[in-house]
Ligand binder design. Structure first.
Ligand code: ATP
Ligand code: MG
Length: 178
């Protein structure tokens, strides 16, 4: 067995749990003394619960932070050019965080979505990952992760939809969905 190295982790699939699993890792990592950064690629993905939690944990020792990148991106936008511009800014900011050496775990929430909607390319993601220090763990979340990203990853989990309350018309529940 090899010594530990930074892992590339992907959470994809249609079932619920991709972001919450990433947040679970953030919680574990923070508890283990790691420095954690959560970067949001699509606006609207983040709900109040986790923002409050991370603010409070971050206030304890500054080792965990959540940032919305660029202007934040909407999933269904008709002004794509503006969002592509924002996505480029976001990549730059993410790149700085990768190169800084200030983190042990970086979560790129919904980055797979940003690729899917062609706000950024797989090559952009590869270039970003190439900037990471060898010990940095990276989590990429979002449905429909591209094959090339899956190929690069060390750990890939597909959330499989079996049932979701939404299918029965049950509205989003506080603390579970947001
Ligand atoms: P979560 O943030 O709850 O872990 P996720 O990251 O797996 O969800 P996303 O694709 O980011 O899922 O979707 C964001 C929102 O859509 C969340 O509020 C989530 O609960 C909801 N959602 C996720 N999967 C489904 C589904 N299969 N059907 C309906 N809504 C879903
Ligand atoms: Mg999500």
């Amino acid at each position: 067995m090899e010594e530990k190295n930074g892992l590339i982790i992907v959470h994809t699939g249609n079932g619920k749990g991709k972001t919450t699993a990433a947040l679970g890792l953030a919680m574990r990592a923070w508890g283990d003394g790691l420095r954690v950064l959560i970067l949001q690629f699509i606006k609207g993905g983040w709900k109040y619960g986790e923002i409050e939690t991370i603010k409070k944990l971050g206030a304890i020792d500054g080792r965990i932070e959540l940032r919305r990148l660029g202007k934040g991106f909407q999933r269904n936008t008709d002004d794509k050019a503006e969002h592509i511009e924002a996505a480029k800014e976001a990549l730059k900011e993410a790149g700085k965080a990768f190169e800084s050496g200030n983190y042990d775990l970086i979560i790129l929430d919904e980055i797979n979505y940003a690729v899917k909607f062609e706000l950024i390319t797989v090559e952009d993601v590869k270039a970003l990952l190439a900037k990471r220090p060898a010990e940095l763990h990276v989590v990429l979340t979002g449905r429909d992760a591209k094959e090339e990203i899956i190929d690069m990853a060390d750990l890939v989990t597909e959330m499989k939809l079996i049932k979701h309350p939404y299918q029965k018309g049950i509205k989003a529940q506080k603390g579970i969905e947001f």
